[in-house]
Design a protein around this ligand. Structure first.
Ligand code: ADP
Ligand code: TRP
Length: 332
C-alpha cells in the first residue's frame, strides 16, 4: 500500500486556496483504499513566524478542526501533530549534516526574503531565523520519517519535495538504501487560486476567503471580489475571479450554464449573488461541523492522541534504521 503524507502549518485561518490547493485533493486521495494517508499539523514549521503562545495554540486547533470538517475520516487517515512525533527533530538534525548549505540558499522561501532585504538595501539575512533557513530539512524529516511515497501539495511546495528527494538520495548513497524517494502530487486543475483582490489568495496578502467564514462575512467577501468595468448587460469574459471560483464549486452542468449566462451578459451583482448561493450551499455543512468540533475539542484531542501514537510507532522504526545505518551505538 502506498503511503501518502502531507502537512499544513497552523499559521492562520484556512482559506479557499488551502482548501482547493491542498486539503480537498488530499482528502479525495484518502478515499482510495490503495493509499494509507498520514496528514498532520506542522506546528514546529509554524514557529518560524507564529511566536505567540495563544496564537499557536488556537491555530493548531483550527487546522485540526479544518481537516476534520472538510471530510477527513480519522478511521482511515492518521491525523496527528508534528510535535507529537519527536523523532522528527532527531532525523532533522541527522539530515542537516547531509544537506549542502547551497541547496538551502536556493530554497525559495529563504531566497524570496533575501531578495526583499537586498532591494531594501538591508543586510541580506536581516530578520531571517534559522528555522526559516532550515525549513526544507525539517520538511524532509517529516516526509522520510513516515516512509512516504506521495506528497500532495500546492505547486508552491514542489521545490521542497524535490529537496526531500535529493536529501534522501544523498543519505542512501552514503549509508546504503534506507529511504524511499518521495514524489510530489500537484492538483493540476486547481493551479493558484486568486483572492478577492485578484492576486494569489494568501494569508500574507489579507485577500482570503476563509473556508468557514459565517454567512454574512462570506457574502461581504464575495461582494468585494474585484471585477472589471463591463456594463451590466454586456457579455463578460470568463477570465475573472467570479467564474474561476464558480467553476471550483459547481458541477460541470452548473458551470456551463453559468458561463453561458455570463457570456450573454448578466450584471456582476447577479453573478456574485449566484456565486454566493452556490458557495454557501457547499460550505455550510462543513462550517457547522467545524463550529461543532471547535466547541468539542475533547473529540479532536482524542483523534490527535491516537494519530500521534500511530505516527510515533512508524517514526520509531525509521529512526532505529537510520541510527543503525549511520553507526550510532545502540546499547541493549
Ligand atoms: P498561505 O499562502 O495562505 O500562507 P500556506 O503557505 O500555509 O498558505 O499553504 C498551505 C497549503 O495550501 C499549501 O499546500 C499551498 O500550496 C496551498 N495553497 C495556499 N494558497 C493557495 C492558493 N492561493 N491556491 C492554491 N493552493 C494554495
Ligand atoms: N511546508 C508546507 C507548507 O508550507 C507544510 C509542510 C510541512 C508539509 N511539512 C510538510 C507539506 C511535509 C508536505 C509534507 O504548506
Amino acid at each position: 500500500m502506498k503511503k501518502v503524507l502531507t502537512g499544513i502549518k497552523p499559521t492562520g485561518i484556512a482559506h479557499l486556496g488551502n482548501y482547493f490547493g491542498a486539503i480537498k485533493p488530499a482528502i479525495e486521495l484518502s478515499k482510495n483504499s490503495e493509499y494509507q494517508c498520514y496528514y498532520f499539523i506542522a506546528d514546529y514549521h509554524a514557529l518560524t513566524t507564529v511566536q505567540n503562545k495563544e496564537e499557536l495554540y488556537e491555530y493548531t486547533y483550527q487546522i485540526a478542526c479544518t481537516w476534520l470538517a472538510c471530510g477527513l475520516d480519522p478511521e482511515k487517515v492518521v491525523l496527528y501533530k508534528q510535535s507529537d512525533v519527536p523523532q522528527t527533530f532527531e532525523l532533522s538534525t541527522i539530515l542537516s549534516n547531509l544537506t549542502p548549505k547551497g541547496l538551502m540558499n536556493r530554497a525559495h522561501a529563504y531566497k524570496a526574503k533575501v531578495e526583499v532585504n537586498e532591494e531594501a538595501g538591508e543586510d541580506k539575512d536581516n530578520g531571517i531565523n534559522m528555522g526559516l533557513y532550515c525549513y526544507p530539512i525539517l520538511m524532509t524529516a517529516d516526509i522520510l520519517l513516515l516512509d512516504s511515497d506521495l506528497v500532495p501539495v500546492g505547486i508552491d511546495q514542489k521545490q521542497h519535495i524535490e529537496i526531500a528527494r535529493d536529501v534522501a538520495g544523498y543519505f542512501n548513497k552514503k549509508f546504503g538504501n534506507t529511504f524511499k524517494l518521495p514524489q510530489e502530487l500537484i492538483a493540476e486543475n486547481v493551479g493558484v487560486l486568486v483572492g478577492v483582490d485578484g492576486r494569489k489568495m494568501s494569508k500574507s496578502y489579507g485577500n482570503t476567503i476563509p473556508i468557514f467564514a459565517d454567512e454574512g462575512k462570506l457574502k461581504k467577501l464575495v461582494n468585494r471580489i474585484v471585477t472589471d468595468s463591463t456594463a451590466p448587460d454586456e457579455p463578460k469574459t470568463l477570465d475573472n475571479t467570479i467564474f474561476k471560483l464558480y467553476k471550483l464549486f459547481g458541477t460541470k452542468q452548473q458551470t456551463d450554464e453559468f458561463a453561458e449566462r455570463l457570456q450573454k451578459g448578466i450584471s456582476w451583482g447577479e453573478a456574485k449573488s449566484e456565486l454566493f448561493t452556490l458557495m454557501n450551499n457547499y460550505l455550510s455543512p462543513m462550517r457547522e461541523k467545524y463550529n461543532y468540533l471547535q466547541s468539542h475539542r475533547e473529540i479532536v484531542d482524542e483523534i490527535l492522541k491516537k494519530g500521534g501514537e500511530k505516527a510515533r510507532q512508524i517514526a520509531q522504526n525509521t529512526i532505529l534504521k537510520v541510527r543503525n545505518a549511520i553507526g550510532v551505538v545502540d546499547i541493549k
